[in-house]
Write a protein of this length. Structure first.
Ligand SMILES: [Zn+2]
Ligand SMILES: [Zn+2]
Lengths: 306, 199
């Protein structure tokens, strides 16, 4: 029987029979995959806890006719476990996992999506930034990788240099006064700046933003994602915006990087999938830094007057 | 595919949780060959269950009256309230004979991907109970998986803001197992939940 080994993030699980689960995951090498995990719902299961949503695992499976079967799962990073201790982070992670599920196809590996999701979950688990901002940054970059890159500076219709005043979903972001159609929104100029920062992972810009601006950006990001993903993302309705409490010192655990884990190493060009237009150059970055980098961008759009 | 009513039976059985098409077919043919008296007993019990059994108005456990037998039992300690996801979890807790308080059934766990948020569970009812009953401690006994943990996190944030003592069922090592086989999440939680040995 053909077996394979891969690094995977568990996206969701379904109960199967009395004690099994079907695990839907995003693998690095094979895109989205579904596999049966036998006996994991028993409390004595050895790898039940590793195959929960949001966990990053090193996985071994054998291929079946319709479904694969998990034979081994080793933990690389228990992001899901950490995230479940913070309700806001949990709701944001749920929306990220659902989006990743909706955006990826089976047997169609998109390494950038995998790295982006790993980076986003890591940022949530470490409470690196506001959960809602991590989610918005993830969503914008995920749809950009999927081919629907928005523009928040130059006009999405004709390419005229920005900044512009109007925002149109169908056009793909900011629009100039000539391309502006009825039904376009008119967000604050600061909101465009924040959105551009979220799209490129420019965290100093994001951190400097104020609450009303964040709320406006939240709404536009959700609308943009729902516009592109048919049937929408259900979890977005249940996002909790209560600010996270900082991690108590004893809970700040050693950061896990793919480079030091037991799993197969990621080649550097695969780890660095930082921006939508990201050229794959730069030093090797573990997932938690994929979200944090702000100064290495080679292809970030012009900065708005921040 | 079978004809008419046999296929209907297979389809109905196949809608039950945990029953796949193969099992549905096997159960259907078992019923066809079974003693008619056995089948009659099964149909009667199914009808009675639908008619008689309902959910306790206080705790949402299964009940045969307005309240379940636990809520009606005066010997249960009203100061302790154990929150579980499903009525079947009460059965599991009762088997331990360790707990003498009362229960509250949420009717599931928060699961945003399935569209289930706090408002879809019996949380408002829980808060109302805590306002009316002399509860000292709420024990969160949701499942030790992602959704169960997140539900416990949500509830502890909510209830602590009301000034109620909240505890979470400890996660730890299965009795009878070997330490070396424990997974890291369980072992990590066992460390967190460790207690001082006083004997
Ligand atoms: Zn234009
Ligand atoms: Zn009751």
């Amino acid at each position: 029987m053909a077996t394979y080994r891969d690094v995977a993030i568990v996206l969701r699980t379904h109960k199967l029979g009395e004690t099994d689960r079907i695990v839907t995951m995003l693998t690095r090498g094979r895109g989205k995959a579904r596999a049966v995990a036998k006996g994991v719902r028993r409390t004595k299961s050895r790898f039940g806890s590793r195959l929960e949503p949001g966990m990053l695992v090193d996985l071994q499976c054998y291929e079946g006719r319709s479904l694969d079967t998990v034979t081994q799962a080793e933990m690389i990073a228990p992001y899901g476990d950490r995230i479940s201790r913070d309700y806001s982070a949990y709701t944001c992670a749920a929306a990220m996992l659902e989006t990743a599920d909706r955006i990826s196809e089976e047997h169609e590996p998109v390494v950038q999506q995998f790295n982006l999701l790993a980076g986003g979950l890591s940022a949530l688990a470490h409470r690196e930034h506001d959960s809602g901002m991590i989610l918005d940054s993830y969503l914008l970059r995920a749809v950009a990788i999927a081919g629907w890159a928005p523009s928040f500076t130059d006009c999405a219709g004709c390419g005229a240099h920005g900044p512009h005043r109007a925002f149109n979903l169908a056009s793909g972001g900011a629009v100039c006064s000539a391309c502006r159609t009825p039904g376009s929104a008119a967000p604050r100029p600061e909101t465009f700046v924040l959105l551009a920062g979220l799209l490129t992972g420019d965290w100093p810009v994001v951190e400097a933003s104020e609450e009303p601006v964040r709320r406006e950006a939240d709404g536009l990001v959700a609308a943009y994602v729902q516009w592109h993903l048919e049937r929408g993302v259900r979890s977005l309705r249940l996002i909790d915006h209560t600010p996270s409490t900082p991690l108590p010192p004893h809970e700040v655990f050693a950061r896990t990087s793919l480079g030091t884990s037991r799993g197969p190493r990621l080649p550097p060009h695969e780890v660095f999938a930082r921006t939508s237009a990201g050229t794959s150059r730069g030093p090797r970055l573990p997932p938690h830094e994929v979200f944090a980098r702000t100064s290495l961008g080679t292809s970030r759009g012009p900065r708005l007057g921040a | 595919m079978y004809e008419g009513v046999v296929q209907d039976l297979i389809d109905e059985l196949g809608r039950l949780p945990g029953v796949g098409p193969k099992s549905a077919q096997r159960i259907a043919f078992h019923l066809l060959q079974a003693d008619p008296a056995d089948v009659r007993r099964l149909t009667e019990v199914l009808t009675v269950v639908r008619e008689k059994v309902r959910f306790c108005e206080t705790c949402f456990n299964v009940a045969e009256a307005q309240q379940c037998r636990i809520c009606l039992d005066p010997r249960r300690d009203v100061r302790l309230l154990c929150v579980v996801e499903e009525p079947k979890d009460i059965v599991a807790m009762e088997r331990t004979r360790e707990f003498h308080g009362r229960y509250h059934v949420l009717g599931g766990a928060i699961s945003p991907i399935d569209g289930i948020g706090p408002d879809d569970l019996k949380i408002t009812e829980l808060v109302r109970r805590l306002g009316a009953e002399p509860v000292d401690e709420v024990i969160l006994a949701t499942n030790p998986n992602l959704n169960g943990e997140a539900t416990a996190t949500y509830l502890s944030r909510l209830l602590r803001s009301m000034g109620i003592t909240v505890s979470r069922l400890a996660s730890g090592l299965p009795v009878g197992g070997d330490l070396e086989y424990a997974d890291e999440v369980t072992l990590g939680r066992a460390f967190e939940g460790r207690r001082v040995v006083d004997a």
